[in-house]
Design a protein around this ligand. Structure first.
Ligand SMILES: NC(=O)c1ccc[n+]([C@@H]2O[C@H](COP(=O)([O-])OP(=O)(O)OC[C@H]3O[C@@H](n4cnc5c(N)ncnc54)[C@H](OP(=O)(O)O)[C@@H]3O)[C@@H](O)[C@H]2O)c1
Length: 334
């Protein structure tokens, strides 16, 4: 199945009888052949992105990526947040296994956590080990404490909970005791325990502090809030990140979910078709990742259906500057 259009057609036209014929056929095959065939069809049913992608001139079958400026390593533009959504009893994590499996299947890589997110790191670590997904993911977590020894203890716990020897990105959560934690982080990066370093915040009120640290410390990443209704990062943080060669992770891309309340019951503007957008979630995410300074956005969800929707934002065309402005007006005038 070579193109999105073909996969989409098959997924949409298969009847129950086709499925049962397919199952009969697989009885004649080796287990490996059957698994490959069923896996391909399942992915097609789950992912008929052709509805938008196949009809556009820029049909894409893999997710858009952006290079991390300090290394050139490419990251898919849609990642996964875990605040609240992954803070569950590990015995109840089966639905999240499906979320993670689907995330990787649809081309996702970066997953963001923190010791502040309750059981999230532990749940991620257990699932990665169980599903053998460690090598498919770019693991980002944080340190959120004061004092050198407390920072060391916290980061050691993150390694243990995530069940990994290397954490791809370690970030200072909300700039808490940043200078102290960055000292240890730099040492551990030199030892190969971390691949990249960064800082995070989630409020525009902290952007002056974030800008100061971006200007003086040598960082690979910054993580901040940015969405169609929270655009403060455009003033200083995004231009500074571009100038300093710092990758940008966008948190709270849906304003913590508030954006969905704003558009509830409202139809998507017709012009959304011009950038292969079929839902409000894609509208919000495409608006963000179309900014040239943004490396990836990390929407959080514990629903496979929402994840599927969000991941589609990483395919097809993105809005240009003019369309992005029109999108702001459309939301403001709702
Ligand atoms: N200081 C920091 O470092 C910091 C601060 C804030 C956030 N973060 C990171 O950024 C991540 C994202 O931010 P966030 O979790 O605050 O908020 P968010 O991603 O803006 O919004 C999450 C909410 O949107 C809903 N949602 C997701 N996809 C949807 C879809 N397709 N349709 C409808 N609803 C959808 C989710 O509900 P469902 O689960 O029902 O889908 C959830 O209630 C966090 O999880 C965390 O990893 C970091």
């Amino acid at each position: 199945m070579s193109s999105v259009a073909e996969r989409s057609l098959i997924a949409n036209q298969m009847t129950r009888r086709d499925v049962s014929t397919l199952l009969d056929m697989t009885r004649e095959m080796t287990r490996r052949e059957a698994a490959r065939l069923i896996g391909g069809i399942t992915a097609s049913c789950l992912w008929p992105i052709g509805a938008a992608g196949a009809q556009s001139k820029n049909e894409s079958t893999t997710m858009l990526t952006r290079p991390i400026p300090s290394s050139g390593e490419k990251l898919p533009v849609i990642g996964l947040g875990t605040w609240q959504t992954f803070d569950v009893d590990p015995a109840q994590s089966a639905p999240l296994a499906e979320v993670l499996r689907t995330f990787v299947k649809l081309g996702g890589r970066l997953i963001d956590s923190s010791p502040m997110y309750g059981r999230a790191e532990q749940v991620i670590g257990d699932l990665l080990t169980k599903l053998k997904l460690r090598d498919s993911l770019f693991l980002a977590t944080k340190v959120w404490t004061r004092g050198q020894q407390a920072g060391i203890d916290s980061m050691e716990r993150s390694f243990a909970r995530l069940q990994t020897k290397t954490i791809d990105l370690m970030q200072v959560h909300n700039l808490v005791d940043a200078e102290t934690q960055l000292q240890t982080m730099r040492e551990w990066k030199a030892q190969g325990r971390f691949r990249y370093l960064g800082v995070t915040h989630y409020e525009a009120g902290a952007f002056a502090e974030v800008a100061k640290i971006l200007a003086r410390a040598k960082l690979n990443f910054v993580q901040i809030n940015y969405s169609i209704m929270e655009r403060d990062a455009e003033e200083k943080i995004l231009p500074l990140a571009q100038e300093r060669g710092i990758a940008v992770i966008v948190n709270r891309p849906f304003g913590g979910g508030d954006l969905f309340h704003r558009v509830r019951g409202k139809p998507l503007p017709d012009f959304a078709a011009e950038f292969d957008c079929t839902s409000w979630a894609q509208f919000f995410l495409k608006w963000i990742v179309a900014h040239p300074a943004v490396t990836c956005a990390i929407p959080a969800t514990n629903s496979v259906q929402h994840l599927d929707d969000n991941m589609r934002a990483g395919f097809g065309r993105l809005p240009d500057a003019k369309l992005r402005q029109r999108m702001i007006e459309a939301i403001t005038n709702l």
